[in-house]
Design a protein around this ligand. Sequence first.
Ligand code: GDP
Ligand code: MG
Length: 177
Amino acid sequence: MKPVLALVGRPNVGKSTLFNRLTKTRDAIVADFAGLTRDRHYGNGHHGKIEFIVVDTGGFEPDAADGVVREMGKQTRQAVAEADVVVFVVDGREGLSAQDHDIAKFLRRLGKTCVLVANKAEGMKDGVRLGEFFELGLGEVHAISAAHGQGLKPLLDQVLGPFAEAQLEQEAQDEAN
Ligand code: GDP
Ligand code: MG
């Protein structure tokens, strides 16, 4: 079984750029304006020998007064429900926003494996702005640059590590049969 990673986060943090980077395609729509990718969008990725599925979400679109999580698209909720790991993307340049807090609260309640990723961190000295993201209560902050392909290896090592052994064992078994 390939693990499913769902990319979530407020608009414009770089989810689709990360999706493209992980799947090595340009299938996801990367846009300078918020909330263009409204549907779920699946792609295949691999990290060394380990294969995974990644889901891009248009996500937590704040177009009601109700708070970002409440009017989060059904598609996004489903993507999160189906995911083995939720990759919560925040903007390492802009820093923490109220929406990030709302999303984090939702994710913490969910009790799913969740990794926190601060994107757009190219050229930033580690720790300069990243410290504030610890406030989200989701543990370690992974600094990456989806646009420049930086920081992805350690991220994927950690995210996929728990699935790697099972997948390689399964392959070995399939070959033996
Ligand atoms: P989404 O709404 O979360 O899917 O965000 P997009 O992937 O559409 O990206 C939003 C904007 O951020 C685009 O202008 C991207 O070019 C830009 N962006 C994405 N990743 C990075 C990055 O690593 N560094 C910088 N500087 N900009 C990025
Ligand atoms: Mg997008």
